[in-house]
Design a protein around this ligand. Structure first.
Ligand code: SAT
Ligand code: MN
Length: 606
């Protein structure tokens, strides 16, 4: 196979694409990633020498990066679904005509890799060779992206072997948008483009991703939100499966060794990683982690839904992660970890707000400035950015499930939805059937606790299925797809669907302890799936029987009764809000099944 891009692959389409992009972006050289440890080490050394990475004396093979202060999170305002028809992107996505967007972005990509190496990263989302996995190839001019992709996906030569000469792959083009003039370097500064030049673009018909101008997280590690959610949700719709923003956990009753697998979706800041790595407070139960962010679920021959975690690592939020809230996460980041925008201690360790102990001495904050903790100063700026992250191999998690790499996935017994809801929504309730569960997913949201943008305190910011920024097509069609998937599963094999709420308040304080005590709710979920649970039927679904529910000592019977009862007036308001404000957004694409379900519950509430 002749190719000017020194390709190790005989895949003509891939080579032609790499050639085409190198002509457009004009890099100094092209490097095909083999995924080896030597490659990782070499790239890290280059990053250390250039001043972008700081080795951490206290954590073997671990490094700290500080990004540009303007490049610290996903940029939803610059994220686009460029489908041919605007109606296919729907009311919840930014849309630009794909022809127009390509013309605009091609201008930006022209020569954008000057003075840099263009890396070609073949990667697999999902265990290599799994029938549920998908292959992508990311082209990037960021070595930071390469090393993060090494941890977050399976990368390198093995993937090219599976791809062969004609296999399908999702092309993912990424440039940080900072070409170098001759003899220039980055001067130890994080390269990126200003926000008005950033684009995170998805072309769903072509199954193509173009990202420009950001080097950070989900903007740049294109296997994650861009491929595994936005593009995969479109592929899943076409192929009859589900690509979801869900953790996957395994819960085992140790007395008889029986296990159930649970997938769960929550909007951000609801403790998804903590739930995925939960340490139960009830004796005799064990929780293990399959995934903390994304689940791909396919109907199996036996009619059950089988899920894989398409990722190989955790890209977790650092602040708030501590030994007592998430010991498994803390153990996962002891070594071989990349930290971004956390604070640095004098002895070469990391620190962040909520790590569980005071800042030791003088720190360097995420902006690279000296910082000393001043507890008396309530306005002190945090040392670690609120969205600072760790990138750690999933295999380093002591609670990783043995099925983490199971090629066929794990059979899902239950699906949970949840949000931060100080009132109305009980600790847990179970859907009466699949479509009721889809209804629950469609109304997920968190209550605004501090006045934000255009919402008032107490209003609910809806985030259906926690997929608002991640669904690659019209959300109304997405609801419809969920209903269709359910129809194709025999009722007895369908996962049971639950709605949980760890955040109920009483007299201004959390009424439920959360964290490890959430295992008590998982136990009830387990038993409901097992046919041994004790439940009460209500207008909103099944609720645990109080007498047999495993209550923690810190929660009184009265409080438990309160958080496990139906707040009829609250629910009437909730449903009116869904009917009047939330559902109309989806127009004619809102499935009739959901309208009917809403009416049915309203009627039962009286
Ligand atoms: O930056 S990521 O998209 O990878 C993480 C997140 O925002 O949820
Ligand atoms: Mn996420």
């Amino acid at each position: 196979m002749s190719c000017c891009c020194n390709s190790p692959s005989n895949h003509a389409k891939l080579n032609a694409w790499v050639d085409e992009i190198s002509v457009l972006t004009e890099p100094d050289s092209i490097y095909w990633c083999d995924g080896s440890k030597a490659e990782y080490d070499e790239m890290v050394q280059t990053l250390v020498q250039s001043g972008l990475a700081t080795p951490l004396a206290k954590r073997p093979n671990s490094f700290l990066f500080r990004s540009d202060p303007s490049d610290v999170a996903r940029v939803e305002s610059r994220t686009y679904i460029a489908s041919k028809s605007q109606d296919d992107a729907g009311p919840t996505n930014n849309w630009i005509d794909p022809v127009e967007l390509k013309a605009e972005m091609s201008k930006l990509y022209k020569g954008s890799m000057h003075g840099r190496t263009m890396y070609v990263i073949p990667f697999s989302m999902g265990p290599i060779g799994s029938p549920i996995a998908k292959i992508g190839v990311e082209i990037t001019d960021s070595p930071y992206v390469v090393i993060n992709m090494h941890i977050m996906a399976r990368v390198g030569t093995k993937v090219l072997d599976v791809l062969g000469g004609v296999g399908e792959f999702v092309p993912c083009l990424h440039s940080i948008g900072k070409p170098l003039l001759s003899c220039q370097d980055d001067n130890g500064k994080w390269p990126s483009a200003p926000v008005e030049k950033k684009y995170i673009a998805h072309f769903p018909e072509e199954k193509l991703i173009w990202s420009y101008g950001s080097g950070y997280g989900g903007n740049a590690l294109l296997g994650k939100k861009c491929l595994a959610l936005r593009i995969a949700s479109v592929i899943a719709r076409d192929e009859g499966w589900l690509a979801e923003h869900m953790l996957i956990l395994k819960i085992t009753r140790e007395s008889d060794g029986k296990s159930k697998f649970i997938a769960a979706a929550f909007p951000s800041a609801c403790g998804k990683t903590n739930l995925a790595m939960l340490v139960p407070t009830i004796p005799g139960w064990k929780v293990e982690t399959v995934g903390d962010d994304i689940a791909w679920m396919r109907p199996g021959k036996d009619g059950k839904l089988y899920a894989i975690n398409p990722e190989a690592g955790f890209f977790g939020v650092a602040p708030g992660t501590a030994e007592d809230t998430n010991p498994n996460a803390m153990a996962s980041i002891k070594e071989n970890t990349i930290f971004t925008n956390v604070a640095l201690t004098e002895d070469g360790d990391i620190w962040w707000e909520g790590i569980g102990y005071d800042a030791p001495g003088k720190l360097i904050d995420w902006n690279g400035k000296e910082w000393k903790q001043d507890k008396a100063n309530k306005d002190q700026k945090p040392a670690a950015h609120g969205n600072s992250r760790f990138t750690a191999p999933a295999k380093q998690c002591p609670a990783i499930a043995p099925e983490f790499e199971a090629l066929g996935g794990v059979p899902i017994d239950a699906i949970l939805f949840g949000g931060r809801r100080p009132s109305t929504i009980p600790l847990v309730h179970q859907a009466k059937d699949w479509n009721h569960g889809v209804f629950m997913g469609s109304i997920v949201g968190s209550e605004i606790t501090a006045a934000a943008l255009d919402l008032k305190v107490g209003e609910v910011r809806r985030d259906p299925f926690a997929m608002l920024p991640f669904c690659g097509y019209h959300m109304g069609d997405y609801f419809k797809h969920w209903i269709e998937v359910g129809k194709n599963l025999p009722v007895e094999s369908q996962p049971k669907i639950f709605f949980v709420n760890w955040f109920r308040k009483k007299d201004g304080k959390f009424a439920w302890p959360g964290y490890g005590d959430n295992s008590r709710v998982l136990k009830w979920v387990f038993e409901q799936c097992d046919g041994t649970g004790k439940a009460v039927e209500t207008p909103i679904g099944y609720i645990p029987e109080i007498a047999s529910f495993d209550r923690p000592e810190s929660v009184s019977v009265d409080t438990l009764k309160e958080i496990l009862s139906v707040d009829v007036e609250g629910w009437k308001k909730e449903l009116a809000d869904v009917k009047e404000k939330h559902y109309p957004k989806f127009g004619a694409k809102l499935p009739k099944e959901l309208v009917d379900k809403l009416a049915e519950i309203q009627k039962k509430l009286g």
